[in-house]
Design a protein around this ligand. Structure first.
Ligand SMILES: [Cu+2]
Length: 301
C-alpha cells in the first residue's frame, strides 16, 4: 500500500512489471483487471515495493539484483509496460527480497533510508561453517538526483544471520522499550537486600531468598543439609538499565540470568555434601569476579 492509501502494488517475480491497483476501484469494479490503473516495466524479478512519501516507489529486483526507483503518478499516466516512470536503478550485491524504507508501512515515511534484505546471498561474506552469512545493505534515498541511480546511494553492507526475510524500519523516537523489568508482573516475591534469608519449611525443604546487585549476593553463604530440596528465589535489585547479573551453581545445574528488577526461582536437590561456588556469569563491574557466594551442604549424619 502507498502511504496515502490510494494504491496497492503487486509484483510476482515472473513478470517484469508492477501492477498498480486503485484501492477505491476494488469496491465497484466488475472485472478485477479494471482495478489495475498502471503497470510500469521495472526490471527482472520484481518483488517488494516501498516508499519515500515524495511520490516515489522503490521495488526490489530479484533477478537483476537491483533496487529500482520509479514515479507512481507517472506510471499511472503512462502506457502499461512503459519504462518511462523509472528514475534510476542501484545495484545490490545479492538477490534481494524484501525492501523497507523508514516508516514506509505507515502514513508518514521519513524518506531518508532504505534497507534491502537478501533472499539469496552466497558469497558476499566468508562462511564460518556450512551456513553462509546472509546479507543486507543500507541505501540513502534522501536525494532526488537526476542521475543513473535517481540519487540512491549505497552506504553500508552487513553480514546477517540467516534468514533475515523482512524488517520494520522506524525512527528511533518511535521506539521506547522498557529499561527494567516490572516487579508487579511477577508472582514471586521481590527479594530486597533486607529480605535475604534462609527459611526451613520442613525436614527436607529449605527456601532461600537472595538479592543480587553489583557486586554481591544478599547471602555470602547458603548452608543446607544433605538431601534438602532447595527452593531458591533471587532478585536483581539494580535499577540501572543493562546491568545484568547471573547466578550459577554448575554442580546443581543452576544457571540464571537476571535483568534489572527481574526475579527468578529454581529448585534443586542438595544431594552431595560439600562446598559449591555460587557465582555471577555476566560481566557486571570491575568486581565481577569477586561476585560470589558459597553453597554449603552439610552431611546428614
Ligand atoms: Cu554480576
Amino acid at each position: 500500500m502507498t502511504p496515502d492509501g490510494n494504491y496497492g502494488m503487486v509484483a510476482g517475480k515472473l513478470s517484469p512489471t508492477v501492477s498498480i491497483i486503485d484501492i477505491e476501484k476494488l469496491a465497484t469494479a466488475d472485472d478485477p483487471a479494471d482495478t489495475i490503473v498502471g503497470q510500469p516495466k521495472v526490471g527482472l524479478g520484481p518483488l517488494h515495493t516501498t516508499y519515500d512519501g515524495r511520490g516515489h516507489a522503490y521495488t526490489s529486483l530479484f533477478i537483476d539484483s537491483q533496487v529500482v526507483k520509479w514515479d507512481i503518478e507517472q506510471a499511472v499516466d503512462a502506457e502499461k509496460g512503459s519504462e518511462e516512470p523509472i528514475l534510476g536503478k542501484i545495484d545490490v550485491h545479492y538477490n534481494p527480497g524484501h525492501i523497507q524504507a523508514v516508516q514506509a508501512m505507515s502514513t508518514e515515511p521519513t524518506g531518508d533510508w532504505l534497507v534491502a534484505l537478501n533472499k539469496l546471498s552466497k558469497d558476499r561474506f566468508l562462511p564460518v561453517g556450512p551456513i553462509y552469512p546472509d546479507n543486507d545493505q543500507l541505501i540513502y534515498i534522501g536525494n532526488d538526483k537526476d542521475d543513473e541511480t535517481g540519487g540512491m546511494e549505497l552506504v553500508a553492507d552487513h553480514p546477517v544471520y540467516p534468514e533475515p526475510h523482512d524488517a520494520i524500519f522506524a525512527h528511533k523516537d518511535k521506539i521506547e522499550p522498557a529499561t527494567t523489568w516490572d516487579p508487579e508482573d511477577y508472582d514471586e516475591e521481590f527479594v530486597g537486600e533486607e529480605d535475604s534469608r534462609i527459611e526451613r519449611v520442613d525436614d527436607s525443604t529449605v527456601e532461600v531468598y537472595a538479592s543480587v546487585k553489583r557486586s554481591e549476593y544478599g547471602l555470602r553463604e547458603i548452608t543446607v543439609q544433605e538431601g534438602d530440596e532447595v527452593d531458591l528465589t533471587v532478585t536483581n535489585i539494580e535499577g540501572t538499565q543493562d546491568i545484568v547479573h547471573g547466578l550459577a551453581i554448575p554442580e546443581h545445574d543452576v544457571n540464571l540470568a537476571l535483568a534489572p528488577q527481574d526475579t527468578r526461582s529454581v529448585t534443586f536437590t542438595a544431594d552431595e555434601p560439600g562446598v559449591y561456588w555460587v557465582y555471577c556469569t555476566y560481566f557486571c563491574s570491575a568486581l565481577h569476579l569477586e561476585m560470589r557466594s558459597r553453597l554449603i551442604v552439610e552431611p546428614a549424619d
